[in-house]
Design a protein around this ligand. Sequence first.
Ligand SMILES: [Mn+2]
Length: 311
Amino acid sequence: MSTAKSIAGSLRTAHSIALILHQNPDGDVIGSALALERSLPSKKIRIVCVNPVADVFTEALGPFAVESTLLQSANLFVVLDCPDLKRTGFATHLTKLAKNKKLIVIDHHQKGDLAILANEYHHDLTASSTCEMVASVIDELRLPINSSVATALLLGIHTDTGGFQYPNTTSETLKLAARLVRQGADYQRIRQTLGPQRDLKKMRLWGEVLGSVSINSLGIAVARVSKATLAKTSATESDLAGLAKYLCSIEGTKATLVLVETDAGWRGSLRTQSRTFNVGRLAKLLGGSGGRKVAGFLATEELVSDKIDSV
Ligand SMILES: [Mn+2]
């Protein structure tokens, strides 16, 4: 397993670096990439993602460029905040280029198949976020953290700890957050931009969905989002971001399941904050996959009505 020190060494010697964000990029992966890019201005760095980045992140962090094509020309490829090759959106590309280019992973999730493919796998399950790990890498590089880098790192920590509310918030996390604020991170701005959404379509969608949430016999809060609900509220799937986390706050809930109707069937996303509940095992039973805390599956209509309520 690689350390922050060895990752720093690889970054130091590379001239051209591609930072790869996972699909549907969140605050942690975006914060990690921007912190690295802004810490290494003398390198040629490209941030790459198959999906566009939500406006709220440029609002919080200032403008930055994200490319959708992964060029082979870089000499170092870094996958951030993602254990699974498929979730990068560049599975074929990365498999091919890993044969003659250096591929690094920095991640805090349960290990996935990238652990086999990568040349260096920097992994820390106890880190609150990839941003927390990236902060150590920047320290190893002996680079100063300016206010823009500090804000990017704090945004990732804020995202993955639910604003310091989840159990992954350790004394190390709080110590780092305090240091980042001292180094000029604009926490007020992060809270304001990533805080409760003011978007009316999203509110209407959440209203519809929350109105029909049920809790099954296993203590899972189940929310169903049909195509009809999306159409009725003129909202899109991206407006569901944060819903699963919100549902986790229902008293007595062990996990949450958000079912979204798609052309291929019902896509189920499971999430838990519980230390004992394993949603990955449940997803496997339903033909899906994932880790202990976040997992997913695709179900036919039949499965949704027959099994979900009894799981
Ligand atoms: Mn993360």
